[in-house]
Design a protein around this ligand. Structure first.
Ligand SMILES: [Mg+2]
Length: 389
């Protein structure tokens, strides 16, 4: 690929990976994980991106985003990010829209660094070879034996911190929450920090009471004790509790990062929700400027090149669903050793991952869109029918 090569094809599909059994946190239950993959081609090179999001993102890529990049110079992912972002002004640029932009941006950066024959970490400047992870899962739907086994697995992998879900049934099971936390505290026996995530399940007063009990148990991290929309409540809890208060997984725009940095001890950023590599690096730069530590939320394989090239990123979340899914999704999925995530050995270009044969997981696929094709929206289809009658 020459630096001036144009994007000539966009291919998008939605996949669904079942979980072994239904899983719950404090405020949600699920039995599968949705993934939307994007492959962007320019000449002989193809870049891969994905987001953990609804199949609805496929339609956004097809009808809005693909036309913003097809035929355009592939050498500047940031310029294409701006084109996509501006095109979504009237749709809103958060939630599923930003998840779709994120998948596109990740694919465009992979494409760009493949064209330059360098790894993404080297393109941005690698600061380290591996990044600390913490084990994450501990769903409220787990029985005690299952929870023990998962914690043991994380300890065996060398994790120096483990995280479990609390806030069960929107904060209606506080006694059980604290019982499960105490069980994990006893299980790790001082060999690892214990972190908890309430997924916004508590009210402010509940979170304050639970937080005081968590402090007594020695819990180091209280994530989303109240809704992430309640910045004032998060700030009050941060100031009152010994444990760190963390949130940020729903951040989409850099302005969201600015607001969250005023409310938490550590801001969490998710590359599949905050605008891909372009958006993540901007949000992380703001947090660094505000002296608020950054931790990566889920999607460990995608956060690895970002955290290798940014030594200020504290840790990656080795989320059990994604840790199980990524080796089924991609060739080259990174592995945890000694509590750290690292790329597989050997030379790499781009992020280094390639899509596996995932045909058995496909729930929606559309024909590849190529430069010069007009993306037919459902409205266009309707209009052409009307004209014929
Ligand atoms: Mg969380």
């Amino acid at each position: 690929m020459t630096p001036a090569a144009a994007v000539d094809q966009v291919e998008v599909q939605a996949l669904s990976f079942p979980t072994p059994s239904p899983e719950s946190d404090g405020t949600l239950t699920w039995d599968h994980t949705d993934v939307v993959t994007v492959e962007v081609r320019a000449g002989s090179e193809t870049g891969l991106g994905w987001s953990y999001t609804t199949p609805a993102a496929v339609e956004l890529v097809r009808t809005v985003l693909a036309r913003e990049v097809l035929g355009e110079d592939a050498s500047s992912p940031v310029r294409l990010w701006e084109r996509m972002h501006r095109a979504c002004r009237n749709l809103g640029t958060r939630g599923v829209v930003m998840a779709a932009i994120s998948a596109m941006d990740i694919a465009l950066w992979d494409l760009r660094s493949r064209g330059l024959r360098v790894s993404l970490a080297d393109l941005w400047g690698a600061e380290r070879d591996s990044v600390p992870v913490y084990g994450s899962g501990g769903f409220t739907s787990m029985g005690p034996d299952e929870l023990d086994a998962q914690v043991d697995q994380w300890l065996a992998a060398g994790c120096s911190a483990v995280k479990l879900k609390i806030g069960e049934n929107w904060g209606r099971e506080v006694a059980r929450d604290l019982e499960r936390v105490a069980r994990v505290v006893n299980r790790v026996h001082g060999d690892a920090e214990v972190m908890v995530d309430a997924n916004g399940g508590y009210s402010r007063s509940q979170a304050m009471q639970v937080g005081q009990d968590l402090d007594i148990l020695g819990v180091s991290w209280f994530e989303e004790p109240v809704s992430s929309e309640d910045l004032r409540g998060l700030g009050q809890l941060r100031d009152a509790l010994s444990s760190e208060v963390a949130a940020g997984e729903y951040i989409a725009e850099i302005a969201d990062t600015r607001a969250m940095c005023e409310a938490v001890d550590c801001v969490q950023l998710d590359v599949t929700r905050c605008g891909g590599f372009t958006g993540w690096r901007r949000c992380a730069a703001y947090a660094h400027a505000a002296h608020v530590p950054v931790s990566a939320h889920c999607a460990p394989a995608l956060h690895l090149p970002l955290a290798i090239s940014d030594g200020a990123v504290r840790h990656l979340e080795w989320f059990s669903d994604h840790a199980a899914l990524e080796p089924q999704l991609i060739e080259g999925a990174p592995v945890v050793r000694g509590g750290r995530l690292a790329h597989s050995p050997g030379p790499r270009v781009g992020h280094g991952y390639r899509l596996k044969d995932v045909s058995r997981f496909v729930v929606e696929r559309i024909p590849p869109q190529r430069a010069g094709m007009h993306a037919v929206s459902s409205l266009d289809t309707h209009r052409s029918r009307r004209r014929r009658t």
